[in-house]
Design a protein around this ligand. Sequence first.
Ligand code: B12
Length: 242
Amino acid sequence: MNDTRHIRDELQQRAREWGADIVRIADTSRLAGIETEPADLLDGFPRAVTMAVHLADGIMDQITDGPTPLYSSHYQRVNALLDDIAVRVAGFLQSHGAKAMPIPASQILDYERFVSYISHKAVAIAGGLGWQGKSLLLVTPQFGPRVRLVTVLTNMDLPADEPVKNRCGTCTSCTDACPAGAIRNVNTTLHYATREEAIDFDACLQQLETFGQLEHINPYICGVCIAVCPWGKKKARKAKAA
Ligand code: B12
């Protein structure tokens, strides 16, 4: 384990140099029962590197009741950066003799059910990158939900991090701001059993489809529940005061 601790430290340092803002390790046995594509995706991968890139506060602070062209462009660039970091992290692990599988940041595999290979949020929850907020998003203590996520599966037995406590409390910011009124204001200790438990999924999707018809806006983006969360704004306020 000593050996892999050293590799974990170097991996975290390198991933930060490549652009990741938070890097943690998830024990994938915590994900038992989760839906993946294919069903045996996690077989032979006892660990996952879960990483976040902080979205630009200057862009997120401008979002009030819907996506902006700036956010739309930023969303694409950050996805590209995350995919790049994941490929580099996979290369790093392979150079140490491990097997690695980078999972794309934002590839939808099934447009009927809206699912991907694996939920980055679920991996991030398992690795203690943050907690699952009332918006269904991953909320980090450092940047709130103002992060995009990526995952690299690996068979290297890296020392794993522990999940963190949910800190949404009685806050209703995302529930109040959601343009579709889709957030049910229900808390969870670790994760919701289904998406429906937290949000009216059809209402959220319909709103995203409406936004997708606007000029300069990519399909399926919104950003309001991300922008209003006090955990994300806290960081922005601190920077303003400095
Ligand atoms: C398909 C997709 C969508 C679909 C469906 C969203 C959804 N909630 O599933 C649509 C188009 C609606 C969508 C919308 C949005 N998306 Co989207 N989307 C994805 C994508 C590509 C796949 C998600 C997926 O497979 N979902 C399947 C469901 C079942 O999983 P889930 O909701 O993630 O989590 C469930 C389970 O995982 C469970 N769970 C958690 N832990 C565990 C553990 C165990 C053991 C079990 C059994 C279950 C479990 O809890 C949830 C309830 O069932 C991911 C990228 C990725 N690969 O993760 C991005 C992703 C989830 N989207 C993201 C974002 C930001 C958005 C939007 C805000 C739009 C935007 N960019 O402005 C909205 C938010 C809507 C909302 N409030 O949920 C980010 C979230 C970042 C964050 N901070 O959390 C992601 C992770 C992309 C990224 N690379 O960062 N998205």
